[in-house]
Write a protein that binds this ligand. Structure first.
Ligand code: ZN
Length: 501
């Protein structure tokens, strides 16, 4: 092996160690740390974050990557070595393109913006946050200017989290999806809603936890290389390929909240656990994009976890754990209840069908603001108009309208939302490819068995880590570029049958 390449691997191992230690600190802070630890923890995180940033942008690293260019070019594109150098260079360019001074000014501004948002939102006072949001929009445009090669001002952020995708590639797909979804939601609204009262009986936390762990173990989430703890906002984090953790939270008056959140995070976790162990400590050692990552959580949460096959197997088991709570419920009733579609104001509470409409509203409005077609002062009105036309409901106030999500008040505008819907679209496209390879998957799921599906995902998606960009991976796995068709077919078949459309 090339000597400089070995030097590069040692460099990346150290960088990875620092970033994984940061993850341990963050995990601890979100799970077990007593409140008294806050001040010291913030300082520790800032110190390590600074050391990481220095290493990620060091001239030494830039020179190593430059010197390795001829070596990279002598190797096949998808060899591990060429891929480490290629992805490493992409990360280096990202980290060095934007001046540290700009980011420093932005972080200072966004810290204040976040503080003001935490007051303005409960007070339903958009005017209070408006000047800060206007400044965030200026910062976002300024940030875009560091990427003159990209066409749209949102592309700088989109390509950070979904490399290879842009507004130009995403917008037509979203527009097509919206054309299908708006009438589907409208048709569902005409139908009687399913019964859901039993979901909200008393379900003791310990029993919920045992059941969820039993399911994700069957999925293939490896508890010898992972664990689950409690937190406020569930997430998945990774300390190494041998230690990928998930978190959840329980509500005793809701049997489905923690369960589906657990299935979701386990999907993220299995992706990270399934990466080729040889990539540990290199830039390849993580899922390839926000959208592909989200496709794995949505696949296990929704496509599998909310399917009739899944509940044919698991409902009798759930009923055995909660015999009193579910005494008057059968599998069909439970299946309909957990798939209830109901337009609502709040994105995070949305069901599988309406969720994407929430995301696409944010995607479009962010783009319009960045394009100077929508002024921040007119955002509430534009927001409410889209909720009325797309979901048939009008937010009565901005608190649950354009102020509901933290994203625009604690980060830049444009780029953060599309990953959620890309994940849904891709969950359909990947699942269709898995079914084409193994038509027996649904009958396996009906038996509570997931080895074939999990094995296929590991073989085709997980093991590669970041070696392929999302567009490359989609093409390799499904033989075509990203398309909404499999996902729309999935939604129309499932909900057409559920709501007798
Ligand atoms: Zn997720």
């Amino acid at each position: 092996m090339h000597e400089l390449y070995q030097q590069l691997l040692r460099y990346y191992q150290e960088m990875t160690d620092i970033s994984r230690v940061l993850s341990v600190l963050h995990w601890d802070q979100s799970t077990y740390m007593p409140p008294g630890g806050t001040a010291a923890r913030s300082r520790q995180t800032a110190t390590l974050g600074r050391i990481f940033h220095e290493k990620a942008t060091a001239d030494e690293l830039g020179k190593l990557l430059d010197d390795l260019k001829p070596y990279e070019e002598s190797l096949p594109y998808d060899s591990d070595e060429a891929s480490v150098i290629r992805v490493g260079r992409r990360n280096f360019e990202w980290a060095t393109k934007v001046p540290a001074d700009f980011m420093g000014r932005f972080y200072e501004h966004i810290g204040t913006s976040y503080q003001i948002w935490t007051q303005a939102r409960p007070a339903n006072d958009f005017e209070k946050i408006r000047p800060y949001l206007e400044k965030t929009l200026d910062f976002s445009r300024e940030h875009s200017a560091f990427y003159p090669e990209l066409d749209h001002p949102a592309d700088a952020r989109i390509s950070r989290w979904n490399y290879g995708m842009t507004v130009a590639t995403i917008q037509p797909l979203f527009a097509e999806l919206r054309r299908h979804l708006v009438p589907l939601v409208e048709a569902i609204r005409q139908q009687p809603p399913p019964r859901t009262d039993f979901l909200h009986r008393h379900y003791p936390e310990a029993d919920q936890e045992r059941f969820g762990l039993m399911v994700i173990e069957k999925y293939g989430y490896d508890l010898n290389r992972g664990r689950q703890d409690r937190t406020h906002h569930p997430f998945c984090t990774k300390f190494s390929i041998g230690d990928v953790r998930i978190t959840t939270r329980f509500r005793e008056d809701d049997v489905s909240d923690a369960l589906f959140s657990t299935l979701h995070e386990a999907g993220h976790g299995m992706y990270e656990q399934g990466i080729n162990p040889a990539y540990e400590g290199t830039p390849l050692d993580r899922g390839t994009s926000a959208g592909v990552h989200e496709s794995q959580s949505r696949l296990w949460e929704n496509v599998v976890g909310r399917s009739r096959e899944f509940w044919t197997h698991f409902f009798p088991k759930l009923k055995a754990v909660f015999p009193e709570q579910l005494h008057d419920v059968d599998t069909g009733q439970f299946y309909r209840a957990i798939n209830k579609v109901e337009p609502s104001l709040i994105r995070v509470d949305a069901d599988e069908v309406t969720y994407n409409l929430h995301v696409m509203i944010r995607f479009d409005l962010a783009n319009e603001m960045l394009e100077n077609k929508l002024a921040v002062k007119d955002l509430p009105e534009a927001w409410n108009a889209r909720y009325t036309s797309d979901l048939g409901i009008t937010p009565p106030h901005d608190k649950d309208g354009c102020m509901q999500d933290v994203h625009w008040f604690h980060g830049m505008i444009g780029g953060s939302f599309p990953g959620y819907t890309l994940g849904n679209i891709l969950s359909g496209q990947f699942f269709e490819a898995a079914l084409n390879a193994h038509p027996g998957i649904p009958s396996e799921i009906e038996k509570g068995q997931f080895e074939i599906l999990h094995g296929w995902l590991k073989e085709n998606i997980y093991q590669h880590g970041s070696k392929y960009t999302a567009p490359e991976l989609i093409e390799r796995v499904t033989g075509k570029s990203m398309t909404i068709e499999p996902y729309m077919t999935y939604l129309k078949t499932k909900y057409g049958e559920l709501y007798e459309l």
